[in-house]
Write a protein that binds this ligand. Structure first.
Ligand SMILES: Cc1ncc(C[n+]2csc(CCOP(=O)(O)OP(=O)(O)O)c2C)c(N)n1
Length: 576
């Protein structure tokens, strides 16, 4: 095994290894050669090569999400680093540990006219948990005491900073940046490590809530007749089922789960918009919303997709909103009055012995509504023409059990909220920043790690945007992509706005005639297209079978029908 000659590169690599960071995504460059050669020659590291840094960032994000561990990224100096920013922001808001390691020139070479040089120090400062700005180290060949002293101080500073950055990513689950300036020569390797960096251990402790404080909240909970639990993004398997079962059988509690909550129970309300949407359309909306308004709202998990529930809870606020999370609590409904700083499992473990199931008709009343809406949903789908709505229904019927499903932003994630999902699915979407710029790369990252087959569902603008995601040697043959090509950004037809204005087609929907076939030819994916419901049904029957390569199904839907079918859906439910 060989090591880079530059000691700071040795420290970065040794500390990553010591902290169980074994996956490193490297983009090409020369300034990063000490890191690239060091990581790539280390048998404990799995190194991936991805040219486009924006894709590399999201690819690493998808991997880290599957592994539930940090993944490192290595790039050269200059704009290369800035291309990580979309993934850094997503990781920041979605609590995913990413270690960004950028090579740089020594500080005195910045802003003096050297090539490929920008101000890299603290470059992600608004969206990063820690920025370690390392000192450059000269490999001193002589034993001048002043140089030796400086070298020693730099080394200690660097070791400490690397430790703090890596520990922050591990302890607080999020992105960190380590900027490493290097003097030339960059490519020299040695047989022996010249140092063994000191490790400062990461500390992961579950905070415990003082029991006395909990009692006050338990009293409020026990006296409230209407409690709503709303669950956003969660990793599969992260909350114990026994706790969910207790919530599900309390008559004074209704549990709303988002598609990306990855939690299920037959008595939960999994399709939030099918409850709220028809009420919004109803003439009796005021009374119905008041009947749904909770006294206490308990939330956990990450971002909530449903705009409808946000609008409802902001207008019909609960008296109390409590959020459970080890790290942060957003005041999404403008009435947050308690942040329980712990994990949901720990909170329930401490809280449930203090509460009793309340007498109430709250859950029972809304379960009746839910059941009626489910019947209406089935009736509606039978009646509607070929459209995004109908296609999504069929897709979710056909995706095999146990699949890892990545949903792109835009209308895909919103449609997904309307259909029944098999409880064995693991569902993900980049909701941290809701960008359309990295869904494919994230899905490819997940596919490269996941034990189960990964399926990406995406709109075509998002797919074309991130097409370099397919420029990747690690895509498994069982990876599947379904592109819903509705000729533009279909979401803009659904959102309120003037669809007949001059600007609409060009600047909002961005109408086009492109298709994904040439990209599939270029990147070696099996390609199928479908233009009708019959073709969709037929293609989906064979699509998930082994094809000896990754495969893409492109479904062309009528852009001017899609929005009408979706908007009519809520009216149809309202009228019954
Ligand atoms: C990086 C980024 N740029 C712009 C947007 C704004 N945006 C949201 S949805 C959308 C259109 C997406 O179209 P498509 O992927 O075809 O999905 P569809 O709306 O048809 O479901 C755009 C441009 C965004 N979310 N992210």
């Amino acid at each position: 095994m060989k090591y880079p000659k530059i000691p700071v590169a040795q420290s970065v690599i040794a500390l990553c290894e010591a902290k169980d960071i074994h996956h490193v995504v490297i983009s090409p460059g020369s300034r990063n050669a000490p890191l690239t050669n060091g990581f790539a020659s280390n048998p404990a590291i799995k190194a991936y090569s991805v040219v486009d840094e924006r894709c590399a960032g999201f690819f690493a994000l998808g991997m880290a999400q599957q592994l539930q561990k940090p993944v490192a990224l290595v790039c050269t100096s200059g704009s290369a680093l800035l291309n990580y920013y979309p993934a850094v922001a997503e990781a920041f808001y979605s609590d995913i540990p990413l270690i960004i390691i950028s090579a740089d020139r020594p500080i005195e070479r910045i802003d003096i006219g050297d090539g490929q040089t920008i101000r890299q120090k603290n470059v992600f400062s608004n969206h990063i948990l820690y920025s370690a700005n390392l000192h450059s180290e000269v490999v001193a060949e002589n034993s001048d005491p002043i140089i030796m002293r400086k070298q020693f101080e730099s080394r200690k500073h660097n070791e400490r900073e690397i430790n703090l950055a890596l520990n922050t990513a591990i302890e607080q689950r999020g992105p960190v940046h380590i900027n490493v300036p290097f003097y030339e020569p960059l490519y020299e390797m040695v047989e022996e490590r010249s140092l063994a960096p000191l490790q400062i251990f990461a500390e992961i402790e579950e905070p415990v809530i003082p029991q006395k404080n909990l009692k006050t909240y338990a009293d409020l909970w026990n006296s409230a007749e209407r409690k709503m639990v709303l669950i956003g993004v969660n990793n599969p398997g992260s909350v114990e089922q026994r706790f969910l079962d207790i919530l599900a059988k309390d008559p004074s509690v209704i549990v709303f789960t988002e598609t990306t909550s990855n939690l299920s129970h037959e008595d939960f309300f999994t399709r939030i918009d099918t409850i709220i949407g028809p009420i919004e359309q109803s003439e009796d909306r005021e009374n119905q919303f008041k009947a749904l308004q909770p006294d206490i709202l308990l939330t956990f998990g990450g971002m909530v997709v449903s705009k409808k529930i946000k609008a409802f809870l902001r207008t019909y606020q609960p008296k109390h909103h409590w959020h459970v999370d080890e790290k942060k609590a957003y005041n999404t409904y403008f009435c947050l009055n308690k942040h329980f700083v712990t994990s949901p499992n720990n909170f329930f473990f401490q809280f449930f012995p203090l509460i009793q199931a309340g007498e109430s008709t709250y859950r029972e009343n809304w379960i009746k509504v839910k059941n009626v809406r489910q019947e209406l949903h089935e009736k509606y789908v039978e009646e509607i023409p070929f459209s995004d709505f109908k296609v999504f229904q069929e897709i979710f019927r056909r995706i095999p059990q146990n699949s890892v499903i990545h949903l792109s932003n835009s209308s895909t994630i919103r449609y997904a909220q309307l259909f029944r999902m098999d409880p064995s699915y693991q569902l993900f979407c980049n909701r941290g920043t809701s960008g359309i710029d990295g869904s494919t790369s994230t899905a490819v990252g997940a596919a490269s790690i996941a034990d189960e087959p990964t399926v990406l569902l995406t709109g075509e603008l998002g797919f074309f945007y991130d097409s370099n995601a397919l420029w990747n040697d690690h895509i498994p043959d069982n990876f599947r992509i379904i592109v819903i090509n509705n000729g533009g950004g279909g979401i803009f037809r659904i959102l309120p706005g003037n669809k007949d204005s001059e600007n609409f087609d060009r600047f909002f929907e961005t109408v086009h005639n492109m298709n994904a076939k040439p990209l599939c030819e270029m990147f070696g994916l099996d390609y199928t297209s479908a233009h009708s419901m019959e073709e969709v049904e037929k293609s989906l029957r064979y699509f998930f079978q082994d094809k000896g390569s990754p495969a893409l199904l492109e479904i062309f839907t009528p852009r001017k029908v899609n929005d009408e079918v979706l908007l009519e859906y809520f009216k149809f439910m309202r009228n019954q």
